[in-house]
Every structure is written in C-alpha cells, then in structure tokens.
Design a binder for this molecule. Sequence first.
Ligand code: 6PG
Length: 227
Amino acid sequence: MPVGVENAAAVAEAGAAWTAELISNAVRARGACYLALAGGETPRGCYQRLAGDPYLLSVPWDRVHVYWSDERQVPLDDPASNYGMARTALLDRVPIPPGQVHPLIGDPTPELRQVPAGAGGLPRFDLIHLGLGEDGHTASLFPGDAALEEQKAWVRAVHAVKPPPERLTLTFPVLNAARAVLFLVQGEGKRRPLAGVLAGDASLPASRVRPADGELRFIVDRAAWPA
Ligand code: 6PG
C-alpha cells in the first residue's frame, strides 16, 4: 500500500527519511550502500532534503556508491541531465568520494559490475529510486518499447517519446533484483497512472517493477493519491 503524504515537500521529506534509513542499514549490514537515483523533476526535492539536516551529518556518505536508473544522453552539465540535477541538488553538497559516483553513460557495464551481485549474477542495488510518467513509464522504460522485454542486458539504449529522446535505462531484471525500490509520485497528472500501477495494469511499464526479493514502496502526495 502506498505511503500517502500531504504535498511535494512531504514527499521529499518522507523520501529522504526512508532513503537515509536504508543507506544506514545497508552500511551497517554490508559496509556499503549501492544507490540508483531517479531522473526527472520529482526527486529533486528529496535530494535537496538529503543534503540538509540531519542527513548531511547522519548518513555515512563515504560508504555510498551512486548510480542512476536512467539517463538522458546529453552533456552532464546540460539542464536535462539527470546526473546534473542530482549533482546540484545533492552530490555537490555531501561527501561522497568522486570515484563512487557512476554516471550512466557510454558502456556502464563495467561500473555496474562493481555492484554486489544477487541471484543470477545481476547487480543487486540496496535501493533504486524511480519516478512515474503520465503514460506509466518508469526510468526510461516506455510503453511499447522493445527494452521492456529485455531479460539479459542490464542496460538498454532507447529512443523515448519524452524529450530528450536518446536515453540509457536500467532494465527490469536489474530493477527487480534490488533489495528495495522507492517510487516518488506527486501531482494530479500521476493519479491515473498510479491507480493503474497499483491495480497491476500490465500495459503500464511501471507495473512490471516487482522486486523478486525486495521491498517496493510508493510515497505519494494527496494530488496523486488514487480517488
Ligand atoms: C526521466 C525519468 C522519468 C521520470 C518520469 C517522471 O529521466 O525522465 O527517469 O522516468 O521519472 O518521467 O518525471 P517527473 O518526475 O519530471 O514527473
């Protein structure tokens, strides 16, 4: 069942609190946390909140390894870059060692191999952040795209309907290998796709995020909450 909160600020707060908790739990249990950040606009507030009090000092940032669940193939300093958004909102403000930040560019496989493997040798992230598109896409897995059927490759290049079109995305095998997946969902425009995802509408790519051995959580504001 999704976690309902009042507004975008509350989504940011709840998202930051749970993320900080999972980072600390992963570091306590395994000495490190492997985190994949989401793109788009929704997570910005959560990332800004994570850079603030108390998380700036309470989170073991030096043990965090940062990846992305998808990336637009634009220069990293382009306003449309998911990396650029996270750098401004979070990464420039917390002490994560530069060698532990892995933009999703070029051939990311070697860097994904640094993520501890789970079942079948898949990279098993401690936490993957995802957003939800109004058409039910998530990461850069869009309705009707061949990448939805990918069962072997960890990353696929896609030509998306949402600009900028050229993107790389983690595939469902990697998303569903995670120990935890967090969807951050806010705004009236997400109410309908969220209702479909929660009802298991298989035509919506986000419905296919079902961690095989992991937790799936939705943090949703009142505007996106199913009627
Ligand atoms: C991207 C995102 C994409 C995003 C949704 C929601 O790179 O565009 O990964 O999946 O999460 O489109 O975007 P908003 O948060 O901007 O509504």
